[in-house]
Design a protein around this ligand. Structure first.
Ligand SMILES: [Zn+2]
Length: 286
């Protein structure tokens, strides 16, 4: 078996499109600048700098949500001996199956193996183009950031503004519904934990017209318009309109393509997350 995996059940592709918003200011550490508390940003072709919720960070938070899922009186990470970067590479591990695994040498009962990661993450460029704001945020002086001389400077940090919208996308290549349950659980469970330090947390944007801005596709052939937003969009109104327009472009009742939108998409994700806990985690407990 070249893939190293024996799927149990029918395989489909799965796409999840969401528009997240920050209910308060947010901070995502800049990868190269962890000590000076700059927020991660990207620069667009028009020269504007945007706050960036990088797909890599989202993937890490989701994976951690799974590793620390409760199974009886244990964390899943301890039950399976699965961690970051030491993946367990067991066929029974719901994390390794979709996030991928690499075991370079035999460890105890764990064999050398590679599972290709079938889950990928995208999006994350904030709309609108509000620049990060620098704030002095601490009671305690700190010398993390020295600006002049040797006097310790008050702790400063950049923040993304409350209300920023972040279009984000999760895609799974050829997975059974059972395998996708872990992805649904991780996506929902990661929302309150996105960001670094405090405060943390994003949520799915929601309004009367559309409900929660979520689209969930399950398909064999890519027949629906991808609900991906142009990062150069300037206003939240434009972003919401583009999301709704693209979400509407999909075949209805096609055996090769099924799309859930808004409230129905959220309910479907919750159904899958519940099945992950009630069936998949419980089966590991035995
Ligand atoms: Zn694992």
């Amino acid at each position: 078996m070249a893939s190293g995996l024996n799927p149990k059940g029918e395989l489909f592709h799965w796409d999840l499109y969401a528009l997240l918003y920050a209910p308060q200011e947010v901070y995502f550490g800049h990868e190269l600048q962890v000590n000076v508390n700059l927020i991660e940003t990207v620069t667009l072709p028009d020269g504007t700098e945007r706050v960036y919720l990088s797909p890599t960070k989202r993937r890490g938070v989701e994976r951690r949500a799974l590793l620390y899922a409760p199974v009886g009186d244990k964390f899943l990470t301890d039950l399976l001996g699965c961690g970051i970067p030491d993946t367990c590479g067991r066929e029974t591990c719901p994390i390794c199956r979709v996030y991928g695994a690499l075991v370079t040498e035999k460890r105890g009962d764990i064999e050398r193996t590679t599972f290709i990661g079938r889950l990928t993450h995208g999006g994350g460029v904030a709309i609108p183009p509000l620049p990060p704001e620098e704030k002095q945020r601490a009671m305690h002086p700190s010398d993390l950031r020295r600006e002049a001389g040797n006097e310790p400077q008050p702790f400063k940090r950049q923040y993304g503004a409350p209300g920023l919208l972040f279009p984000v996308y999760n895609h799974v290549l050829s997975a059974t519904e059972e395998e996708f349950r872990a992805v649904a659980y991780a996506f929902l469970e990661s929302l309150p934990r996105l960001g670094a330090g405090n405060p943390k947390g994003l949520d799915v944007y929601e309004d009367e017209a559309f409900g929660p801005y979520l689209v969930l596709d399950r398909y064999r052939a890519p027949l629906g318009r991808r609900v991906v937003l142009d990062p150069t969009l300037k206003t939240p109104e434009e972003a919401l309109e583009a999301f709704r327009r693209r979400a509407a472009e999909a075949p209805e009742a096609d055996p090769l393509f099924r799309r859930h939108r808004g409230r129905a998409a959220l309910e479907e994700l919750r159904r899958l997350a519940r099945a992950f806990v009630e069936e998949d985690l419980r089966a590991l407990e035995r």
